[in-house]
Design a protein. Structure first.
Length: 237
């Protein structure tokens, strides 16, 4: 006797509600009118009463997953206060920096959602942190640098090692970036999709090889000597 598949109507309704909430929160995050934003959040709190959904916490956790640093002091503190940290050095007027920013934000959001402990993501405008930029030898943008206990474990200049077909907006670039950060040991695991074929046993040698290539810039702290990077990305000097 065949068994009919059943669908839980309560679960379906909750999924639809979650999707609607995500859309509203995304709209509010881009809302410039703080008064309207506060009003809508209060309305959402009322609508969510008894549903177990906390819209304020959801919005704030999304924003805090990817911090914007404003100075040398904030950048230095960020890289030393967190066990593992990733910083995107960018310029707001550079298109490629905006693309990289999107990839970093997606990874930060996913790892915050799944609570990857002791890992923090941030970005900083290079003009806001000239001392750190000079000490780390950041010359070409975008530049993504990973830290463990304040020591540089790896960096990506431009889209080097992430993209070979010119499609810098591709989801594959996001996955490649996450893989690179895992290779630096800045992230402990992959959370994005389509990495399964790279996790098979017997490929440890290939993984070690990829990790070595990504670490070819050496390991140094912010107090280390200046390193000049050459790439075909945007030079803001």
């Amino acid at each position: 006797m065949s068994q009919l598949a059943t669908t839980d109507p309560i679960a379906t309704v909750k999924e639809d509600a979650d999707d609607d909430l995500d859309a509203v929160l995304a709209e509010l995050e881009n809302e410039d009118d703080s008064g309207y934003r506060a009003q809508r959040l209060e309305e959402l709190k009322g609508d969510a009463a008894g549903s177990g959904i906390n819209p304020t916490a959801t919005l704030e956790s999304t924003k805090s997953a990817y911090t914007t640093l404003k100075s040398d002091d904030e950048t230095l503190g960020f890289t030393t206060e967190h066990e593992r940290a990733l910083v995107h050095f960018f310029h707001p007027d550079f298109t490629r920096c905006n693309i990289m920013d999107s990839h970093c934000q997606q990874i930060a959001g996913k790892h915050a959602e799944l609570q990857d402990a002791d890992m923090a993501f941030a970005r900083v405008d290079v003009k806001d942190a000239p001392f750190v930029v000079e000490k780390l030898g950041v010359r070409v943008l975008p530049c993504v640098i990973g830290f463990v206990k304040g020591v540089v474990k790896g960096r990506i200049t431009g889209f080097e090692g992430l993209c070979w077909d010119g499609r810098e907006n591709s989801p594959a670039v996001t996955r490649n970036l996450e893989e690179a950060i895992v290779g630096w040991t800045v992230l402990s695991k992959r959370f994005l999709l389509n990495h399964e074929d790279e996790d098979a046993s017997g490929e440890d040698g290939d993984e070690d090889s990829r990790r070595d290539r990504r670490n070819n810039h050496g390991r140094r702290g912010i107090q280390g000597r200046k390193q000049v990077i050459e790439d075909e990305g945007d030079d803001w000097d």
